[in-house]
Design a protein around this ligand. Structure first.
Ligand code: BG6
Ligand code: BG6
Ligand code: GLC
Ligand code: GLC
Length: 913
């Protein structure tokens, strides 16, 4: 009797062991799996074999992991895992661990998962709508990152055609279609809110990004959850079907498809085949069906049925419950296998599942679960070993240290899965030290980070008023440094005294010549100011060329050229025999000790003639004129173009006390109280200060707001490290900034389907006038198309819209930054006057301000917001700065000087001393 029972038990045991033996993989078998996976990874990457490869190796257009400088507020969707989630992710700049997330989980009912595509996307949009309401954010158009955990054929970061549904989804009319388009259309259908869909991201990629944010060594993403998949950073040159050889791109392996070419049939069991046969996608995702949460429970259930059939379990009774598909969810599998659980508790779980079990039954069930999950973990480990070895070989290393970011309920909840996985990787890839870190926040955070990586450079160009006020405060400090005797020598914003002490008072008259050098045109003018009943000004002018070789040649050649043009002008005006007083607008930073002495401190903008820096330009010009000997000249005043502009505008509006240029370069001057100007004797009255604000930031004060593009512009400029503020805002650099951003976006597949032409790569091919044209509200898009077509990039309509967007962001940033620095000057004037409300006029000139369709309006609006306690009139200088230079000259050349009251008081003071 005893022996009969013992024999029966032994034979039962053997039957169970035999059944489970098929799940035990030997080291050799695991090595084989690794080797086969490696072959499939390579096949997926190669152009020829890619179309038929079982492991698809899909490009993701994610070129790098986050570097911690990302910032912004993003919306993210996370669809395809156990939960559908809508999130808001706020990333504060420059600090890791500075991400805040708010999310809500929504159910996707089975009938929607397997209904029509339209129903599915309408449902998604309905959930977004609910979430936006819940967050009170319906009216903020946020950038959206979409984690979509299914294989997508991506042609850009925001374009992805669904290859095929996997796991539990089977909605119709989606396969082969662009998921982003479907989402956009559903948003349009709802017609309730708008979103910028910036990126579509696989969950593996989102997970890698989430983890890489914490650990820069993380270059692999693994999901062991409902599905199973891996992504990793691959060398571009190995991804044969994507253009370009430089750098890396993250590849979504879709390793779940491994086995589709029958190459792992030797290790598949009849249970695997049964599970596959009963799935939504028979024949597909064979590896996934052996390794992921959605199927492990099913394999277990099939084995249990089989064992029950053979009378080895549940007293041989196959109940309806046991016949029910999907009862063994991963969480139950994980609970049953927990070592902390007593057999009794296992029984109670089975009981809960409706499976009436004995104590022996629960032991066997636990064994079955163990065999199935162990194999899953080992298979994942073998696959991972193939991936890490590939990365190691890619990099030509003997040893590799790398981190895998992991997510998924199987990995997280199962008591042994992660340990077995790690052990297997260690055994099969002994030359790789692989760390695994758990993604705590899901892949939505990663999707937001990807969105942030893309949006980063554009985002970094948008400033809140808070930031602008901060910049305003910084500039005020710079102004104070420039004015102070002790701080001036090291100040970056030089605050140069101009020796211009008042704006025109209406008494000027005479016949003058003005030179206007340093803006986009070199102009010579004759300015006649007469004073019969009323002051009238007559002007005649001529533009002269300043060829590149002259502005980059020797200083003497430059001044010879100026003298020659002047001679020509006087000849034409028939005044060669006269010695008219000359006012010289020279639009570069000069140190004055008096009006007609101006030592060039440094060239800016395009100019770089040798032997001029450190020299008095009046002397240089006089020398050149003398050398010719055909006419005489009397240079009475040198003024900066900002000063000329202020004076020109001051002629029409006595309240004008600020002059700004937003043209090739940018700069401002304003009337400062003499008592605050330490560098000039005297305390009474005012003097115009040429701030030279273009140099703001040259000491690093603006590093936090400069972008990689600003740095690139600077590196390629004639004066690296100098005029950093000017390079962010002025016309000479704006087109180039746009071009660099477009190149970058094209490289990342965000524009022109990744097409990069030699023209697009050529410096100077996009000019500020193009930016202005593209931003025109009516014909802007047509202009964009024209301009881009000329660059050979064959833009789509979307491309044109995106380019317009880039232009707007760059020019908006410029207007905002100038609003901040001008705001600083205005608040200083207000404080100087000690008035609760400042009423003033700002004279402005420069091609950017004049030609750009939106610039002026943006600037005015922001200034009014930043300095609310002011009434500012912006007055465009219609006649250039030559007129103003003539006004200064008139003042300087007066034989009998008409002194203002303030000037008399200065003179009195001097006399006393
Ligand atoms: C979540 C991620 O944490 O894990 C999802 O946010 C991912 O993007 C999921 O799909 C995978 O795990 P599971 O077990 O939910 O499929
Ligand atoms: C002109 C002034 O109108 O504007 C010049 O007369 C000034 O003095 C110039 O330099 C600035 O604008 P831009 O765009 O020509 O550099
Ligand atoms: C499935 C999907 C894949 C996803 C994985 C994990 O394998 O095809 O895209 O990454 O599940 O969720
Ligand atoms: C540059 C020059 C400055 C000039 C400005 C506008 O910034 O340094 O002197 O005013 O350009 O032309």
């Amino acid at each position: 009797m005893v022996t009969a029972v013992a024999q029966r038990l032994a034979s039962q045991r053997k039957e169970i062991d035999d059944t489970l033996a098929a799940f035990a993989l030997s080291p050799t078998q695991l090595q084989e799996v690794k080797a086969k996976m490696r072959v499939e990874l390579e096949r997926g990457l190669k152009k020829d074999s890619h179309p038929t490869a079982s492991v698809k190796m899909l490009p993701t257009y994610v070129y790098r992991t986050p570097d911690g400088t990302e910032r912004g507020k993003y919306l993210a969707l996370d669809l395809g895992g156990t939960n559908f989630r809508v999130l808001v992710v706020k990333i504060r700049t420059g600090m890791r661990n500075s991400v805040r997330m708010y999310n809500k989980i929504y159910a996707i009912p089975l009938e929607i998962m397997q209904g029509t595509g339209e129903e599915l996307f309408d449902h998604i949009v309905q959930c977004i709508s609910d979430f936006l309401d819940y967050m009170g954010m319906k009216n903020t158009r946020l950038p959206l990152g979409f984690t979509f955990s299914f294989p997508c054929n991506q042609t850009g970061i925001d374009k992805g055609d669904l290859v095929c549904w996997t796991k539990g989804f089977k909605a119709t009319e989606c396969e082969g279609y662009d998921v982003v388009d479907m989402l956009r259309e559903a948003i349009k259908r709802r017609n309730e809110f708008d979103l910028d869909i910036v990126a579509i991201v696989n969950d593996t990629v989102g997970t890698m990004m989430t983890c890489a944010y914490e650990d820069p060594k993380c270059q692999i993403g693994l999901i062991a959850g409902t599905g199973s998949n891996v992504c990793y950073m691959e060398e571009m040159k190995n991804i044969e079907f994507v253009e370009g050889d430089e750098g890396q791109m993250c590849v979504n392996t879709e390793w779940g498809g491994f086995g589709a070419n029958d190459n792992i049939e030797d290790i598949r069991t009849r249970y695997d085949r049964e599970v596959d046969g009963g799935s939504l996608n028979p024949g597909k995702q064979r590896f996934e069906k052996m390794t992921s949460g959605m199927y492990l429970g099913e394999i277990v259930r099939r084995i249990l049925i089989d064992l029950t059939k053979h009378g080895l379990l549940f007293r041989g009774r196959i109940t309806e419950r046991l016949k029910t598909k999907g009862i063994f969810e991963t969480k139950f599998l994980s609970q049953i296998e927990s070592d902390r659980l007593a057999l009794l508790q296992v029984r109670s779980i089975l009981q809960h599942l409706g499976l009436d079990s004995t104590c022996d039954d629960s032991i066997i069930v636990k064994e079955v679960c163990g065999a199935v999950s162990r194999r899953a973990a080992q298979l994942c480990g073998a696959g991972m070993a193939a991936v890490v070895d590939k990365i190691r070989e890619n990099r030509g290393l003997d040893n590799l240290e790398i981190t895998v970011g992991v997510d998924g309920t199987l990995y997280k909840l199962h008591p042994h899965f992660s340990t077995i996985l790690k052990d297997t990787v260690r055994e099969l890839a002994p030359n790789c030290k692989v760390d695994f870190i758990l993604s705590e926040d899901g892949s939505g955070k990663g999707a937001a980070l990807i969105t942030a990586v893309i949006d980063k450079y554009l985002y970094a160009m948008r400033f809140s008023d808070e930031t602008l006020r901060d910049i305003m405060a910084r500039f005020r400090r710079e102004m104070e440094n420039g004015l102070g005797r002790d701080t001036n020598p090291t100040a970056t914003v030089k605050m140069l005294p101009t020796f211009v002490r008042s704006i025109p008072d209406g008494s000027e008259k005479g016949d003058f010549i003005a030179l206007d050098l340093g803006g986009s045109n070199f102009r010579i003018l004759r300015v006649k100011v007469s004073h019969e009943k009323k002051q009238t000004v007559q002007m005649e002018s001529q533009i002269y060329e300043t060829p590149e070789d002259i502005i980059h040649g020797s200083g003497s050649r430059l001044f010879d050229h100026v003298a020659e043009c002047l001679g020509d002008f006087m000849e034409k005006q028939k005044i060669k025999d006269k010695k008219l007083p000359i006012g010289f607008t020279f639009s570069f930073p000069c140190a004055h000790t008096k009006l007609d002495e101006a030592v060039l401190l440094t060239w800016t903008k395009r100019f770089k003639a040798s032997g001029v820096e450190g020299m008095d330009v009046v002397k240089l010009l006089n020398k050149a004129i003398k050398k010719r000997g055909d006419y005489d000249a009397d240079i009475m005043a040198v003024v900066n173009d900002t000063v000329g502009t202020m004076m020109t505008c001051g002629f029409d509006d006595q309240r004008c006390e600020v002059g700004i240029i937003i043209g090739t370069g940018t700069n401002a001057c304003y009337m400062e109280e003499l008592r605050h100007i330490d560098l000039v004797e005297g305390d009474e009255g005012r003097m115009c200060i040429n701030t030279e604000w273009g140099a703001f930031g040259d000491d690093g004060t603006l590093e936090d707001i400069r972008t990689e593009f600003d740095r690139e512009i600077d590196r390629g400029s004639p004066n690296p490290g100098k005029q950093l503020f000017e390079k962010m805002v002025s016309g000479m650099y704006m087109g180039e900034l746009v071009r660099l951003i477009l190149v970058k976006m094209a490289k990342e597949g965000l524009l022109f389907e990744g097409r990069i032409t030699p023209e697009l790569l050529t410096k100077g091919k996009i000019e500020t006038k193009h930016v202005s044209a593209i931003e025109k509200s009516k014909e802007g898009l047509t202009k964009a198309e024209e301009i881009l077509t000329r660059l050979g990039v064959e833009p789509s309509e979307d491309d044109c819209i995106a380019v317009q967007h880039v232009c707007a962001i760059v020019s908006f940033r410029s207007a905002n930054l100038i609003a901040a620095t001008l705001g600083a000057i205005l608040t200083r004037l207000k404080d100087n006057k000690n008035t609760p409300r400042l009423r003033t006029t700002v004279g402005i000139d420069g091609s950017l301000y004049k030609m750009h369709p939106q610039y002026a309006r943006r600037l005015h609006k922001t200034v009014r917001r930043l300095v609310p306690e002011s009434d500012v009139r912006f007055l465009l200088s219609e006649s250039g700065s030559g007129k103003g230079a003539a006004m200064v000259t008139a003042w300087a050349s007066r034989k009998v000087h008409v002194f203002t009251i303030q000037q008399i008081s200065i003179l009195n003071k001097c006399a006393k001393n």
